[in-house]
Design a protein. Structure first.
Length: 91
């Protein structure tokens, strides 16, 4: 589960159109605070994540989080044998 609600980003030229489609009036190199839901799927922004099994809090890139929850919608940390639970579900 994502704990972070908003992140500050610097809009680069590749994502200007993404934010304009969401209604932002932005230009390249502009700093902007956005809710997590407005980040694009490939965002490198760091967000705080809570393990859905043990509650351990870690920080990772938003895009890595989306990849991690792709299997069943839950985030499994690599501590406390949580990830082992995910492996058991897969096999």
């Amino acid at each position: 589960m994502i704990i972070t609600k908003e992140v500050e980003i610097t809009v680069n030229s590749r994502v200007v159109s993404h934010f304009k489609e969401l209604g932002y009036n932005v230009k390249p190199n502009q700093k902007l605070t956005v809710p997590i839901e407005h980040l694009n799927k490939g965002s490198h922004s760091k967000v705080q994540i809570e393990c859905d099994i043990c509650g351990e809090i870690t920080e990772m890139e938003y895009r890595a989080y989306l990849k991690a929850i792709k299997f069943d919608g839950l985030y499994y940390c690599r501590q406390n044998k949580c990830f082992t639970e995910k492996v058991k579900k897969v096999h």
